[in-house]
Structures are given as C-alpha cells and as structure tokens.
Design a protein around this ligand. Structure first.
Ligand code: PMT
Length: 222
C-alpha cells in the first residue's frame, strides 16, 4: 500500500496538451501524452488525496476514484482550473499548455489559395493558468513543471519566482527517453531554497517520489 501522506488533501492536477483550433479541422498542439499528469493523479489518490484531474485530449484511462474533467483549449483549462479552487489545497500544473492560440478561429475550413505560397497565422497569448491560480486570494500550494531544452535550472528557477510557485519540477526535454510521450521521466525539483533530484524511472515511480516531496513541503508550509 502507498503511504497516506496526502490523506484528505484536495488536489487539482492539470495534464496533457491543449489543442488550439485554427478552423473546424485544424489545430496547434504539442506532444504531451498526459502520462505524467495521469500518473500523478493515480498515485496522489492512492496516497489519500481527493483528486480532480483537468485533462486535455489524451488516450488514457481515468485513474480509479479520480474526478476527471476533459477540456480542449487553454481557455477552457483556465476556466476549469479557477472553478476547482473552492476546494483545492494543492494545485499541480503538469499540462503542456499552449502559450499562444490563433487570434481567430475560422468558422469554415480554410481553403488553399491559388498563387499564395506564404501564409501567416496571427497568434495571441493565452492566460498563464498556474500564475493566475497562484495569485488568487487564499491560493493553494502551487507546483509547476518546467519543460526546457536548455538552461534547465535557470529557466526553472525563473518560472518558480515569476509564477509565485512553491515548487517547480524541471524536466529536461532535450534528453531522449524522458519527458514528452515517453514511459519514463527524470526531474529536478526546486523550492526557493532547496533542490531534490528524481532519477530516471517509470512515470508512476517518479510521480510518487514527487508527491512525497510535495506532501512534506506542503505540511511544512502550514
Ligand atoms: O504528458 P507527458 O507525455 O507524460 O509529458 C510530461 C510533460 C513533459 C508534458 C510534463 O512533465 C511537463 O513538463 N509539463 C509542463 C510542460 C510545459 O508546457 O511547461 P512550460 O515550461 O511551458 O510551462 C511552465 C508551467 O506553467 C507548467 O507547469 C505549465 O503547466 C504552466 N503553464 C504554462 C503556460 C500556461 N499558459 N499556463 C500554465 O499553467
């Protein structure tokens, strides 16, 4: 049996990619499979938490006794995340949210134009979900991820501060065999003053190690 370090803790987890529509048949997205976020949801539930999982489009089964809310776009994930806050002690943002979305969603399928060889798509910034959650009144204990291809530590610490997070799990996604759409992951977790290494392992094992760190830091913060 798992430890019960999260007994009766209300937790919201975001997972998967977001999908930003261009027209009725096309979108902008990324390679997140949702595996890391779903592993966190499964293991947190086993450690006693009441888990709400807000997920982008993925091909995964809902973990046992987890409340799952399916969304498609970043705007929808933003709305559902804020809605979950009336009952949320810990918020973990594992989703790979699109930073930008198409400025307009065409109502009809865009046609290929004769004689037009270059096409420009205008994008607008999406809201930063975890930054908005962390800056609400009575904000939950906020844990972010940082998917980086270079300067992993510097960029992760910058996100920790800028988004007002308690912890950030840095994911070096330039290394093969970890991160996006793989079975395994490795993380370096930073608080303002500490650092913890989680070595390459199956995402479920990585999830339970990360949740143990989160549970300890959360209980120290209260
Ligand atoms: O889903 P898998 O295939 O298992 O892969 C797991 C993963 C690589 C997607 C995951 O481990 C991970 O690193 N998730 C974060 C991916 C990401 O987009 O990171 P970021 O550095 O762009 O964003 C930083 C943090 O802000 C993240 O917690 C992100 O959820 C959050 N964010 C970002 C943009 C935005 N508009 N709103 C947000 O909340």
């Amino acid at each position: 049996a798992e430890n019960q370090l999260l007994a009766n803790v209300n937790m919201t987890i975001t997972a998967g990619p977001t999908l930003e529509a261009l027209d009725p048949v096309r979108y902008i997205s990324n390679h997140s499979s949702g595996k890391m976020g779903f592993s966190l949801a499964e293991m947190a539930q086993k450690m006693g938490a009441n888990v709400t999982l807000i997920s982008g489009p993925v091909n995964l089964k809902t973990p046992k006794d987890v409340q799952r809310i399916d969304i498609s776009s970043a705007l929808q994930m933003h709305q559902e995340s804020l809605n979950s806050l009336n009952q949320c002690d810990i918020f973990i943002a594992c989703a790979a949210v699109a930073d930008y979305r198409p400025a307009n969603i065409e109502t009809q399928k865009m046609k290929k134009q004769q004689g037009v060889d270059d096409l420009t798509i205008q994008l607008v910034k999406n809201p930063d979900i975890i930054a908005d959650v962390a800056s609400t009144e009575n904000a939950p204990f906020c844990v972010g991820f940082a998917a980086e291809t270079e300067h992993v530590e510097r960029y992760a610490l910058d996100k920790l501060k800028r988004k007002k997070l308690k912890l950030i799990a840095a994911n070096d996604v330039a290394k093969s065999g970890q991160g996006f759409n793989s079975e395994k992951n490795a993380l370096t977790v930073f608080s303002e003053t500490e650092r913890f290494a989680i070595t390459l392992a199956d995402k479920k094992l990585v999830a339970s190690q990360l949740l143990t760190i989160i549970a300890q830091q959360y209980s120290q913060s209260r």
